[in-house]
Write a new protein. Sequence first.
Length: 246
Amino acid sequence: MAEQTALADRQGGGRPDAAVVRDALGVGVAVGLSGFAFGVTAAGSGVTLLQTCVLSLLVFTGASQFALVGALAAGGNPLTAAAGAFFLGVRNAFYGLRLSQLLALPRAVRPFAAQWVIDETTAVALAQPTRRSARIGFGVTGLSLYILWNLTTLLGALGAKAIGDTDAWGLDAAGPAVFLALLAPMLKTTTERAVAALAVVLGLGLLPVLPAGAPVLVAALAAPAVLCLEGRRRGRSRDDAQGADR
């Protein structure tokens, strides 16, 4: 894949830089503004202003941040809440494996770029036809989103008192809604849809019976469960095909 990307770069098959920047800024601005909802939600959950801003500066993965403050707001154990947020953030490690081949950044830059490996930067980078446009898309999306997310987090946390009852506004649903909107178009195969559906069933079904934060951990089991069933189904299909040949 890396060779194909390099070849496309040499052949000049990439998009105009201005078009890549425009699309990247569109994603960065649209998603970055939802940091306001996180700031308000965190403040309403009892998280201090400093803690809220540090979460956005250092963690910088929206779904995990919302999961953490949501579990804390529901009275969950801090360790369970942190574990749920951690497992949601693990997906970024897999994004990094793919992006490391696509972007092929210099070693000195990689530790800084790793902070921006999230859903949105990955989606924009993977949508580009060449390495050059992928690098531009990744960088512009990451920079614009990081700045806006942290700025709006601060504004949201400061403005939480002026808003009043944050639950009445339903702002805690903004982050998950953005995440689902980004995830839905990526579910292209039957297996991927089955994993997502089972995760939703497990997560929502276990909310009334498990401590806050724990349903997220259980929902993570959807992927290995579906993959295991898929492997068995394919194994039976191969056995049936071999039996028919004999």
